[in-house]
Design a protein around this ligand. Sequence first.
Ligand SMILES: NC(=O)c1ccc[n+]([C@@H]2O[C@H](COP(=O)([O-])OP(=O)(O)OC[C@H]3O[C@@H](n4cnc5c(N)ncnc54)[C@H](O)[C@@H]3O)[C@@H](O)[C@H]2O)c1
Length: 387
Amino acid sequence: MGSAVVSDDVFALMDEWGPEKVVCVSDRRTGMRGVLVLDNTARGMGKGGTRMSPGVTVGQIARLARTMTWKWAAVDLFHGGAKAGIVADPAAPDKEEILRAFARALANEVPREYVFGLDMGLTENDAAILLDELGDRGAAVGLPGALGGFPYDQLGVTGYGVAEAADAAAAELGLELRGARVAVQGLGAVGRAAVRRLAELGAVIVAASTVTGCAHDPDGLDVDRLLALSAELGDDCVREYGPPAPPERALSVETDILVPAAREDVIDAGVAAATTAKLVVEGANLPATPDARAILHKRGVAVVPDFIANAGGIVAAAHSMDARYSPFQVDPGDVFSMISTKLRANAVAVLQESRRAETTPHEAAYALAQSRVREAMVLRRRVPEHV
Ligand SMILES: NC(=O)c1ccc[n+]([C@@H]2O[C@H](COP(=O)([O-])OP(=O)(O)OC[C@H]3O[C@@H](n4cnc5c(N)ncnc54)[C@H](O)[C@@H]3O)[C@@H](O)[C@H]2O)c1
């Protein structure tokens, strides 16, 4: 009875794009339950992180795998969409046993069809365990530096890409980034690196917020001081920088460019209707509600969508995939230079396509990704040409 319900559910997930394969696994001894979803591999091997959470469901992992299909295609790198999930508490004392059981259960698929990577609930040390269990250096990416891994967040690859995308998008709009005012929400891995690179490119950072408050100066913040305080104090840096305003201030200050780099749904209809920004560059995932996207579009505010602007991490992941069997560590210079080239080109392509097709930049970005996946499917004769 139970299995019939599950299989109906899984079939219901399958549409014209995928998933091509769903592998559910369990292990009686540890109580491990997990799933691997390979969504669409027309453009290349499925790649996406491995999540551990008590709330993991097959449907959720399938949705995340689909998102990866579009992300890889949007950034124009040749991987397909995949994601894996383990139903467990990441704080469980037997986490290692659960990870090892999961890896063993997927020994047929990993690393030929899937490579473990990081997502919620998994750390670099966990990637090391997954790799060890399968005895193959190709089984996981997201490894600690001592095993040849590439420290994405430490190097700030995503925030760097957000700033590069902002620069190219601003130029496309005829708005010079040098001297432009920028407000950034969030000073975590993404926000900090974005602020650093935006300042290097000549932007004037007028506001930067964390969950504890907002540093605001219409004449421009002292970015070196703010980043030094952030390294020392974390989110409290904005209080020490002083005088602190409420955290929401970053979304309402007078600015030319707004960079949400904290959480989802923070740009609601009210923020979208009131912002003075001419450009929003989405560092966070899903920072604008659907209403807000429509309002921004109507008001002529350009938006670089999340999966275009924050794709720096996946460019780095592609380099890590490529380096799995190499004795040489990934060269950060190669990663930064590819992020710059790809994200600049994609930001401009999406804004131009949005203008041409008179759709929102999100719709334009999805259309671009879908056309690339469809073309690959046609070339492989997975679908007829005229579909
Ligand atoms: N780290 C990556 O490489 C990466 C890649 C792609 C997307 N993202 C997305 O970017 C966003 C940020 O990720 P991160 O890794 O920098 O997270 P993080 O946890 O390192 O930092 C989050 C920051 O946002 C701040 N914040 C939270 N709520 C806030 C609020 N209400 N007002 C102001 N600031 C607030 C926190 O104080 C913190 O400074 C998330 O949406 C994440 O999914 C991250």
